[in-house]
Design a protein around this ligand. Structure first.
Ligand code: 4LM
Length: 411
């Protein structure tokens, strides 16, 4: 979508692009909503045309594993929102991660990852890629010296990979700083932007080479689908489409899910504003409570990287990590005492969700790894939804009061 499209002499805003970019109703019988192309394959006008398409001598659709018009619109909108040349839609966040890294890495290559990642991403690197001869190294990316040390120690580092804010403890990493260190070492920087979404930050504008999303979360936004996406330079994206998606994983997003994510994108900015506003109120409520020992939320002044988060992110997002004074036992009792908040993994939905990373999303880390990497066994993760904040606050207050009462009885 260019400047002329809105009649305004500036690039259209994020919501305008999320709603209009890449689609003209006139091309589809005037349909306001883009159609869903439920097709697995495409007819060739002639045998010669089919051969030319396969040889790449002509552009067009061949088969649904690699391209579909509904996916293509989603890819164009995500690329526009992230400020990248091209996008690639995939079946899940893990599908996006594995398609990208299997395309870009070979046996003998090095990769440096941050110590705090979503549990299955951590397992993909440390238990998966290591089986294929990839040298996987860990560093604390909040410490640039530690990253520089690993970059120098490893042989051929091809990729530097991290999440910010990180799952589950919301540690924030300086994207520009890490990307510049990676660049000096000749490595590509890949950033998982799932927690922030393109509404809160755009890693490509800060020097990253590829952005990863689990579209299952905020992009879809309604807890009804799995999806993933990548955004980066066209040549890089087409390499991953041709190798990682087409030949190595087949992790294709269905056209119906592409449609649902396109629908979710239309309200992404509105939702992120509300998620962020509600989460700050809940984080402040938790911070004030005597049974809460620690709250991590990038929008709280007490957050260790508050200044970096303010500089790097437009808003603070919908996730909160916190610990209760009574440890794991109190955490479990608190979760069981909640009536409105749902006990579930995943995040970014309209429903507020709570989970215990050590025994759930991050159970792929051993107890020793969690300890060394700073993922406390006491940590709870709250994905603040879109309900009325008074109702959420009341539910959290009554569950905390329940702990008080239990503590009183025990004492
Ligand atoms: C969860 N997360 O944390 P798919 N990247 C990030 C994630 O949080 C996730 C993925 C990738 C959770 C799932 C149960 C930062 C997932 C993987 O689940 O494969 O779409 O995304 O609760």
């Amino acid at each position: 979508m260019d400047k002329r499209a809105t009649g305004r002499n500036a690039e259209p805003g994020l919501s305008t692009r999320a709603i209009h970019h890449g689609y003209d109703p006139a091309e589809e019988h005037g349909a306001l909503t883009p159609p869903i192309f439920m097709t697995s394959t495409y007819a060739f006008e002639s045998a010669e045309e089919g051969s030319e398409l396969f040889r790449g001598e002509r552009a067009g659709y061949i088969y649904g594993r690699t391209r579909n018009p509904t996916q293509a619109l989603l890819e164009a909108r995500l690329a526009s929102l992230e400020g990248g040349e091209a996008g690639l839609a995939l079946a899940s966040g893990m599908g996006a991660i594995s398609a990208a890294l299997w395309t870009l890495l070979s046996a003998g290559d090095g990769v440096v990852i941050d110590r705090i990642l979503y549990g299955n991403t951590f397992a993909f690197f440390t238990k998966g890629l290591t089986r294929f001869g990839v040298d996987v190294r860990l560093a604390d990316f909040t410490d640039p010296q530690a990253l520089a040390h690993e970059l120098a120690a490893a042989g051929k580092v091809k990729i530097v990979y991290f999440e910010t804010p990180a799952n589950p403890n919301l540690r924030v990493i300086d994207i520009a700083r890490v990307a510049s260190l990676a660049k000096s070492a000749g490595a590509l920087t890949i950033v998982d932007n799932t927690f922030a979404t393109p509404i809160l930050q755009n890693p490509l504008n800060l020097g990253a080479d590829l952005v990863v999303h689990s579209a299952t979360k905020y992009l879809g936004g309604h807890g009804d689908l799995l999806g993933g996406a990548l955004v980066g330079a066209s040549a890089l994206i087409e390499r991953i489409r041709g190798t990682g998606l087409r030949a190595l994983t087949g992790a294709t997003l269905s056209p119906l899910n592409a449609f649902l994510i396109l629908r979710g994108l239309k309200t992404l900015e509105v939702r992120m504003e509300r998620h962020s506003r509600l989460a700050l109120q809940i984080a402040e409520q938790l911070e004030r409570h005597p049974l809460v020992s620690r709250v991590a939320y990038p929008g709280l002044k007490s957050f260790p990287q508050y200044e970096l988060a303010r500089r790097q992110m437009r808003q603070s997002g919908g996730l909160i990590a916190f610990e209760l004074k009574g440890g794991v036992e109190a955490g479990m009792a608190f979760m069981n005492g909640l009536k409105l908040v749902t006990r579930a993994v995943s995040l970014g939905d309209a429903e507020t969700l709570v989970q215990h990373p050590a025994s759930m999303t991050h159970a792929t880390y051993s107890a020793d790894e969690r300890k060394r990497h700073g993922i406390s066994d006491n940590l709870l993760r709250l994905s603040v939804g879109l309900e009325n904040v008074e109702d959420l606050a009341a539910d959290i207050a009554q569950a905390l009061d329940g702990l008080h009462a239990a503590k009183g009885r025990a004492g």
